[in-house]
Ligand binder design. Structure first.
Ligand code: ZN
Length: 166
């Protein structure tokens, strides 16, 4: 069992596309447990593998009531026309919140930890978290998804908070 350090904005891992996972084996299952531990240790509601430096398509998402789900190779298959804008944060850009417009509802297809295909329909916070984490698998963060003014403000806030860290 391990808790990984979460990579921060500026880390090249966060700009890379993650590779799909060919086989959901024991290593992936153990890794997913460590990802979930890391997510909760950092008080997050979602985590994507590239945030811990692993460029593979796997995300963990808090489902409430101390439950989490793991999605391997998740893809948005369908989405609503309707969108919603809300403030969003990210463990890789700590203490910063920016407005992001997301699809109100999404249908996500993925594999579970037994390698079986699963389909999940999500709305509200879950839809938002899934879109956020899937963005990470494509090398995108909240700073790519917000408006340019919020982006500039967020980056200067982040720089100010982290200027003493190397
Ligand atoms: Zn994030």
């Amino acid at each position: 069992m391990a808790i990984f350090p979460v990579r921060l904005f500026g880390d090249p891992c966060l700009r890379e596309k993650s590779q799909s996972i060919a086989e959901v084996d024991k290593r992936i299952r153990i890794f997913s447990v460590d990802m979930a531990k890391t997510m909760y240790d950092y008080k997050g509601v979602g985590l994507a593998a590239p945030q811990v430096g692993v460029l593979k398509q796997i995300i963990t998402v808090d489902m409430g009531q101390d439950n989490y789900s793991v999605f391997v190779n998740p893809v948005i298959k369908e989405h609503s026309k309707a969108t919603e804008t809300d403030e969003e944060g990210c463990l890789s850009v700590p203490d910063v919140h920016v407005p992001i417009n997301r699809y109100a509802k999404v249908v996500v297809e993925a594999l579970d930890l037994k390698g079986r295909k699963i389909v999940i329909e999500a709305d509200e916070q879950l839809a938002r978290v899934l879109q956020h984490e899937i963005d990470h698998l494509n090398g995108l963060s909240i700073l790519d998804k917000t408006d340019s003014k919020s982006r500039q403000k967020a980056i200067s806030e982040f720089m100010e908070n982290h200027q003493h860290e190397a």
